[in-house]
Ligand binder design. Structure first.
Ligand SMILES: NCc1[nH]cc(CCC(=O)O)c1CC(=O)O
Length: 310
């Protein structure tokens, strides 16, 4: 008799379902186990209130985690950047699959790039990190707060509500919507969110069977990169509440592969920011993340806080 299907908890958005199917297929291909998708509604999907008011990006995650802990599902797939940095009691991050291109992109009317948008152009984003970095470019762009799924945001451009939106390339790639991209933003100008483009596969910490099965999906290079990014974020969250961007890659050093981590902390109004980068050992990504966070705090980034951003 074959083992029962694994139950994979997922949000209902098209992006979440696409990501979850991708993980389900990879798991079946690698292990032969059938995987069934179980849709879980989260408050972040239902409410149109600003994310800050309903508890930040964690709202996308907590309903899935409850379903796991209540044993309604065996595993859950999240966008890693939506996962709070703190420890999750009773849960394990069983796999971090290979990451998509983590960069942000511009989707603008008439094929325009950032540099071609006229001063005063309205650029939609709900992310303080994107808003701060866009304002910091000094192009006179008007950042407009928008919410909703990827489809909704792209429609704002097509309907002429805004001149452009900034989105994660990874989400558009997974949805087959890369044709909407008018410019891939250089991380030297706009650094992505820690963990952007990566997925997180969680299971119950005491469920060794599922944990061991999921290990086949783990990509050590992606896990090292996002560990550095998220350790940096956690250290900065403790010290300041300004928008943070971070991106780590595995780079070839003189003595073999190492990690290269870049980060930015910006004031929400974009008037000030600090950018730093550092190399570190591939086998100690957390060490690199905390070191770069300490360097940024030593540069005084806690003073960039301004108005409080959750
Ligand atoms: N904030 C919502 C969210 N969470 C993950 C992605 C995209 C996929 C990813 O970054 O892995 C998006 C949309 C976006 O930022 O454009």
């Amino acid at each position: 008799m074959s083992a029962p299907a694994l139950r994979l908890g997922t949000r209902r958005s098209t992006l979440a379902l696409t990501q979850s199917r991708h993980v389900a297929d990879a798991l079946t291909a690698a292990t032969g186990r059938a995987v069934e998708l179980v849709e879980v509604t989260t408050q972040g999907d239902v409410s149109r209130a600003p994310l800050a008011q309903i508890g930040g990006t964690g709202v996308f995650v907590s309903a899935l985690r409850e379903a796991l802990l209540e044993e309604r599902v065996d595993l859950a797939v999240h966008s890693l950047k939506d996962l709070p940095t703190g420890p999750a009691d009773g849960l394990a991050l069983a796999a971090v699959p290979p990451r998509e291109d983590p960069r942000d992109v511009l989707c603008a009317r008439d094929g325009l790039t950032l540099g071609e948008l006229p001063a005063g152009a309205r650029v939609g984003t709900g992310s303080p990190r994107r808003a701060a970095q866009l304002r910091g470019l000094g192009l006179g762009l008007e950042v407009v707060d928008v919410r909703g799924n990827v489809d909704t945001r792209l429609r704002l451009v097509h309907d002429g509500e805004v001149d452009a939106v900034v989105l994660a390339r990874a989400g558009l790639a997974r949805l087959g919507r890369l044709d909407e991209v008018t410019e891939v933003l250089d991380p030297l100008q706009v650094l992505p969110a820690p963990g952007q483009g990566a997925l997180a596969v969680e299971c119950r910490a005491d469920d060794r069977t599922t944990h061991d099965l999921l290990a086949v999906l783990d990509d050590p290079a992606t896990r090292a990169a996002v560990t550095a990014e998220r350790t940096l974020l956690a250290a900065l969250e403790a010290g300041c509440s300004a928008p943070v961007g971070a991106h780590a890659v595995v780079a070839e050093g003189d003595e073999g592969p190492e990690l290269y981590l870049r980060a930015v902390v910006a004031s929400v109004d974009g008037s000030a920011s600090a950018r730093l980068s550092a190399y570190g050992r591939l086998d100690d990504p957390a060490g690199l993340g905390s070191r770069l966070a300490a360097d940024l705090l030593a540069e005084g980034v806690a003073d960039l806080m301004g108005e409080r951003v959750p």
